[in-house]
Write a protein that binds this ligand. Sequence first.
Ligand code: CA
Length: 133
Amino acid sequence: MANINNILLVEDDEDLRENLALQLSLCGEFETTICVDGIGGLNAVKEDRFDLIILDVGLPDLDGREVCRMMRKKGVVEPIIMLTAETSEGDTILGLNSGANDYITKPFKFTVLETRIRAQLRHQATKDLFFTG
Ligand code: CA
């Protein structure tokens, strides 16, 4: 059952970005689009529809939480998982207030991210079912 999910990955750290893109491709069910900054991410959601967005908080041009808020304003309803290096609770809440569905604190294991991605996609699929059926 080849059900390909389109994922947008917005991360400026090259090593992490390449690593995540590789791991996601090895799963065999994700098609990953890569952006290196917030403006790139915002342009990407304007042009394409993604099943899930992975968004770094610390981007060179914009704060990832601001990017998240702007994506929601543009009508993006798909799950957004934030990658954050900030561990304080205040920052976590800010991340969620920006419209994110989930967050992961760096450093993390890929399997943790993969599990969160699958959970969000499952949740989204259930919601789709509910609203359409
Ligand atoms: Ca970063």
